[in-house]
Design a protein around this ligand. Structure first.
Ligand code: ZN
Ligand code: ZN
Length: 177
């Protein structure tokens, strides 16, 4: 869906869209969309700027930061955004945009793709890291076993000095007998 300023100049545009998984490009491999992304919004033109406000909802799959198992995250987000035409953005003497691109949203030409707005909103809503459960035990740093499912024994061998000395004692005993 393209938000065209010529259409917005005539009337507000209601947005009711559902994007199935795989139809939006999030430019990220850290997560994937696993349910339709539903958006309800209103777009309008105010003083030559595109104003879009509404709400979106979907479900994403991330990997647990500790054990790498899949974790489902529900994303519900309200947004209220203003995009200025790039011609309105102040420029420095060299003609470069003088504002940090991250601080101001703008559009070029006749408007904006809704998909780009949504992908950006999802990227902002994704948690920095997901944990499958608060007591996730993660992966063994030695053998990579998922410690939620199995006890690999690496830690006992590597860390417990009492067991180590017992091992030595047994070895000595076998040598002597
Ligand atoms: Zn985990
Ligand atoms: Zn291990």
């Amino acid at each position: 869906m393209f938000l065209d300023i010529h259409e917005l100049a005539v009337h507000r545009v209601p947005v009711r869209k559902s994007y199935p998984p795989g139809s939006l490009d999030f430019h990220s491999t850290d997560y994937k969309q696993v349910e339709p992304l539903n958006v309800r919004a209103t777009a309008e033109l105010v003083d030559g700027q595109i104003h879009i406000f509404g709400t979106l909802h979907t479900r994403l799959e991330l990997n647990c930061a500790r054990c790498l198992d899949p974790v489902l995250e529900e994303v519900s987000r309200d947004f209220d955004l203003i995009y200025r035409p790039v011609s309105q953005v102040p420029r420095d003497e060299a003609g470069q945009l003088s504002l940090d691109e991250t601080e101001i949203a703008f559009f070029e030409g006749d408007g904006l793709f809704l998909a780009d707005i949504l992908a950006e909103q999802i990227n902002l809503a994704v948690p920095m890291k997901a944990i499958c459960r608060s007591d996730c035990r993660g992966l063994c740093p030695h053998c990579g076993a998922n410690l939620n499912y199995e006890q690999c024994g690496c830690e006992a061998r590597a860390v417990d000095p009492r067991l180590a000395s017992l091992e030595r004692f047994k070895l000595e005993w076998f040598k002597k007998h």
